[in-house]
Write a protein of this length. Structure first.
Length: 202
């Protein structure tokens, strides 16, 4: 089921719960682990301290998984944005334990780049996040939120993507949109994120 919102699109049951477990296990065993980095930019509410905390991220380079989600994003894109999309970066399995979060940030970069030495410069156009375990059964907190606007009271107005509370669901949004993951208070959250590239905007 496809749900369209102001700044994102979400779809449930894009993959089965068994496939979610398979991806988690494969990523933890074969993925390239990296410590979650912190950055200075604090996003729309201008808080730069404690930007990110996560148990770890694992880079997944498996064509089968990349094709599943690239095709899903392309199908959504054809019905909505109709952007020129070319390829998906390696997938990132993110693991969040209590106290972990990801503050407001954007996924896009300022200038076109060729980070994978493909011979052509591209930009991140669409980002996606896939929930790999059920929130109500496995963790508390850890909501993916999309920035809407700054109110007249100088507060951040945002949308919480509730579809991602169910394993196997996907949310897709423009890579230039500010978003965050709220702090985990109990349990462990597994998510898979990715970025789909295309030619520079003109």
């Amino acid at each position: 089921m496809l749900n369209c919102h102001n700044h994102y699109v979400a779809a449930t049951n894009i993959i089965s719960k068994n496939k979610c477990i398979e991806i988690i296990n494969w990523g933890l065993k074969h993925g390239k682990r990296e410590v979650a980095k912190t950055f200075a930019d604090g996003g729309p509410d201008n808080k730069s301290e404690d930007f990110r905390g996560a148990a770890g991220i694992f880079w997944i380079r498996k064509q089968e998984y990349s094709e599943i989600f690239l095709n899903a994003v392309k199908d959504i894109n054809e019905n909505l944005w109709k952007l020129n999309l070319t390829f998906c970066e390696p997938l990132q399995l993110s693991v969040y334990d209590p106290g972990h979060f990801y503050h407001w940030h954007v996924d896009s970069f300022i200038k076109p780049e060729d980070p994978f030495n493909l011979g052509t410069k591209t930009v991140r156009k669409l980002s996606f996040s896939v929930s790999l375990n059920d929130k109500n059964l496995n963790y508390k907190g850890g909501d993916l939120q999309i920035f809407n606007r700054i109110t007249h009271e100088n507060k951040v107005d945002f949308a919480t993507i509730k579809e991602l509370h169910s394993a196997g669901s996907i949310a897709v949004f423009p890579s230039a949109k500010d978003h965050r993951v709220t702090k985990i208070t109990e349990g462990r959250r597994y998510s898979l994120v990715g970025w789909v590239h295309g030619p520079p905007f003109v």
